[in-house]
Ligand binder design. Structure first.
Ligand SMILES: [Zn+2]
Length: 101
């Protein structure tokens, strides 16, 4: 019997402040990267898809983030490892438009 499947791995990429579309609070949002990986015998082998989510700290609502934008935020965080003091102004964040879902 061959045990194959998929599994999602969620990692925090950055914390960015913008106005939440759900609760209207201007506050930090957790930008998380969700990688779905193909697994064989429960061992992750290679990624099938990558997507980004912005989760509001105030109300907990999650908003999908465009892959390009998420990748850019991730690259900026990698370029400037000083993430201990995330503050507004460093990243010009634009909330993604409604996607219908
Ligand atoms: Zn909110």
């Amino acid at each position: 019997m061959i045990l194959v499947g998929v599994r999602s791995y969620q990692t925090l990429v950055a914390i960015v402040s913008f106005i939440c579309r759900h609760c209207g609070v201007h506050g930090p949002k957790r930008i998380e990267k969700i990688v779905t990986k193909f697994t064989l015998f429960l061992v992750p082998l290679f990624p099938l898809s990558t997507k980004y989510l912005a989760t509001c700290v105030a109300c907990g609502a999650s908003t999908p983030v465009e892959s390009q934008l998420g990748a850019r935020v991730e690259a900026e965080q990698a370029a400037s490892p000083d993430t201990s003091t995330p503050g507004p102004g460093s990243t010009q964040w634009q909330q993604p438009p409604p996607s219908g879902r």
